[in-house]
Design a protein around this ligand. Structure first.
Ligand code: CA
Length: 245
């Protein structure tokens, strides 16, 4: 398996702090994006704690492939507990939390686990597919056919998150797996990107070319659209999938 990866996080143009975090660990093929919320330093601490917990809990260099997805779920639950505890002890019970989307690639398969509205997309053969379902109010409305994705993008309550890491004592984590092919690209991002930039634009900019240039162009576009939020882009290109032994 051969992967090329890169990640960029940018404060945007309106926020005073960057509450987004990413984890990019090529050695363990472990990637994540977390988008903290809670104001003051709470949001930053929540996303930092989530990413640090993933890195710590998933320390094993090469887990057996069938265990990867469940290990991601377990790690996000651990992160949830730590953020929840930090909210009680360091933030006087304030509601701090973070989205988390985590991905690990082992033996030609990507396992993806997430909570919240940070997304994972698969770009393959000139198409783009959102792998994760947003745990958000507007996504539910789209799913029920009450509004269109375009209306969701401009909806006044588009920031309402229905599930986050650290908000409650326990959290439900969604897990998925994708069998990879050479040439596939996986994009993880926070809503600071997927809000202002639509899927067709993500595909046009991230679907080809050098990953670092693609990531920089995506950040620039989100900023040109106002840069209302922190922007994080993590792109993994599957260069080669090893043939089965
Ligand atoms: Ca955000």
């Amino acid at each position: 398996m051969k992967l090329t990866s890169c990640a960029v996080t940018d404060i945007g143009r309106k926020r005073e702090r960057n509450e987004d975090q990413f984890l990019l660990d090529d050695e363990r093929s472990l990637f994540a994006v977390a988008d903290g919320m809670g104001g003051h330093l709470g949001g930053e601490q929540a996303s930092q704690l989530a990413v640090a917990t993933l890195s710590e809990v998933l320390a094993a260099a090469s887990p057996p492939a069938p265990a990867v997805a469940e290990s991601l779920r377990f790690a996000i639950r651990q992160a949830n507990r730590r953020v929840f505890e930090a909210a009680q002890t360091d933030f006087a019970g304030a509601e701090i939390g973070t989205t988390t989307v985590a991905m690990r690639i082992v033996d030609g398969r990507a396992a993806i686990a997430h909570v919240g509205d940070s997304r994972a997309y698969l770009l393959r053969g000139g198409t783009i597919q959102q792998i994760t379902d947003d745990h958000s109010f507007v996504w539910e409305q789209v799913r029920l056919g009450l509004i269109t994705p375009e209306q969701a993008r401009r909806h006044p309550h588009r920031n309402w998150i229905l599930r986050s890491v650290g908000h409650r004592e326990e959290v439900e984590v969604d897990v998925q797996e994708v069998q990879l092919r050479a040439g596939d690209r996986l994009l993880l991002c926070s809503d600071g990107l997927s809000g202002p930039v639509d899927d067709a634009e993500l595909l046009a900019l991230a679907g080809a070319g050098a990953p670092d240039e693609a990531a920089a162009m995506l950040v620039d576009l989100a900023n040109e659209r106002g840069g209302e939020d922190n922007i994080t882009v993590l792109l993994v290109v599957v260069e080669e999938v090893a043939p089965c032994a």
